[in-house]
Design a protein around this ligand. Sequence first.
Ligand code: ASP
Length: 328
Amino acid sequence: MSLPRLSIAALGGTVSMQAASPDQGVVPSVNGQALLEQVPRLTTQARIHVETLCLQPSASLDFDFLLGVFDWARRQVEQGASGVVITQGTDTLEESAFFFELLWDRDEPLVLTGAMRSAAEISADGPANLLHAGIVALASTSRGRGVQVVINGQVHGASRVRKSDALALEAFSSPVFGANGLIIENTVRYLHAPSARKTLPPPRRSGQRVALLEAALSADTLLLEKLLELGYDGLVIAGFGAGHVSKGWAEAITALALQIPVVIGTRTGAGSTASHSYGFIGSEIDLIQRGAQMTGLLCPRKARILLWLLIGCQRSNELPDYLQHFGK
Ligand code: ASP
């Protein structure tokens, strides 16, 4: 029986990083082929096509580039790949995973992975993560589940996963929901049934701007007042607690919400925004009356990705449906 085909793209990040000399910091320099050579076991399970699409720290990836990666991944499955793996930096992995989740309309698994220890470190986690990502991408049980993040022996759904520790090996979690699955003895065991998918076509434009601001104690309203003048098309606020802001911010939101979508999430890192509990100025009831929309369980960073894509598809009127789907 011939082996299935697996396509791997390397984008950079710590998984691809090493230092030119011992006194220098690590930078992306290990290409996709070299990453694959650290995981010979994967080549016994699939015919592998590997490409290095860039070698960047993930902070410098952008939506236009990711749209190109999406096209590349689609081409791979059109040409017969059973699954696709993308390696990238972990700093923005939670965002790019959700970006792809919203666009990926194929049954073939798209799996993202990275590493917390650079290629040169003792006990680097990159090779095991790449092997596990390949295993998940090739598993028939992964089909129809959309985009998964595979790291540290866990499988996380793209709409829930967060980087919740800056340097720990166990840096990723899916607050409230927990991991979607585990790698057990080199196979994937899913813990949850697949959830319904809701995707979008690739955006028709990509120049739109969506700001993400975090509510903070005693923060002034200057940025909010300048937002329209600066040309922003949407605003996401990581609000206090269950999705709250100060009186000053609430008043500034009234004018904004008449012109652009304003979305309120929680800055806490876990849990849902409220919808009908608090009645003070700046509470969720007040903000909804001013025209803002609450993210529910969707984290503000992912809400920004959603709004950016909806605006790009000229479908921002569907934001309530998408927030309902991903926020519940
Ligand atoms: N520290 C990051 C990483 O884990 C760097 C990056 O995101 O590129 O890959």
